[in-house]
Design a protein around this ligand. Structure first.
Ligand SMILES: Nc1ncnc2c1ncn2[C@@H]1O[C@H](COP(=O)(O)OP(=O)(O)OP(=O)(O)O)[C@@H](O)[C@H]1O
Ligand SMILES: [Mg+2]
Length: 229
């Protein structure tokens, strides 16, 4: 298993409430290397919360998450940031591109920390991926000059640039029309097959979900594989 989520719970405390609101309730999930998982569920059900915990941007209140047999709760902040940068690609629900950088610079940013590849190698990969999502013509533009869908495609390329083992994508096609959404989902599946990157995609699109191996629905704080698309 590349990922074992064991019995995790997460509550949010807000507005001075002393009893938190339970979002994830003893949730379990096992994912094999190279699998393609879709997560669906109503707004507010905790999908982003779950990706944030798996992506180590937040910690569960209880339970544990193992990545490649390593317990993430045992890593310190420095180890976690190295782990995130090298092993995980994250496409956020909001794309979080840096406005002062061009699309090209945004894509290459995550490679600066690792230094594991030669410049030419990572630039070749960036160019190839940018071409595949149809952004070559605008790659020297800043995000403010791009459409929402173009920014989203750029965010997907940025998440893949370091050849992660696991791609966590939070509605990566939410801002795209039907045809662009299909092209992007096909690209993710191709990279999954070519590079073995494990995909975990939150989506409201039944077309995108149907391209995955397994579809889970997040209901009442737990995942179930009963769903209706
Ligand atoms: N930092 C936070 N503090 C307090 N409550 C939060 C926080 N983050 C999320 N929540 C609450 O937790 C619940 C789950 O949020 P989450 O963002 O995980 O839902 P989601 O399934 O991703 O929804 P959507 O489909 O709208 O993106 C929501 O009710 C939200 O208001
Ligand atoms: Mg969300």
């Amino acid at each position: 298993m590349i990922l074992e989520v064991q019995n995790i719970s997460k509550s949010y405390f807000s507005g001075g409430n002393t009893s938190g609101r339970l979002i994830l309730d003893h949730l379990d999930l096992n994912v094999k290397q190279g699998e393609r998982i879709a997560i669906i569920g109503p707004s507010g059900s905790g999908k982003t919360t779950l990706l944030n915990l798996i992506g180590t941007l937040d910690r569960p209140d209880s339970g544990r998450i193992l990545f490649d047999n390593i317990d993430l709760s045992e890593m310190d902040d420095k180890q976690l940031s190295q782990f995130r940068n090298g092993k995980i690609g994250f496409v956020f629900q909001q794309h979080y591109l840096l406005p002062q950088l061009s699309l090209w610079e945004n894509v290459l940013l995550p490679t600066l920390a690792g230094k594991k590849q030669q410049n030419t190698e990572r630039e070749e990969r960036a160019g190839r991926l940018i071409d595949r999502v149809g952004l070559s013509a605008v790659m020297h533009q800043k995000p403010s000059a791009l459409s929402g869908g173009e920014c989203q495609r750029c965010a997907v390329v940025r998440a893949l640039i370091n050849t992660p083992m696991l791609l966590l994508a939070d509605e990566p096609t939410g801002a795209l029309d039907h045809s662009s959404s299909g092209i992007l989902a096909d690209l993710l599946v191709e990279l999954n097959i070519e590079e073995g990157v494990t995909l975990m995609i939150v989506t409201h699109s039944s077309d995108v979900a149907s391209k995955m191996d397994r579809i889970y629905s997040l209901v009442n704080g737990r995942l179930t594989d009963e769903h209706s698309l």
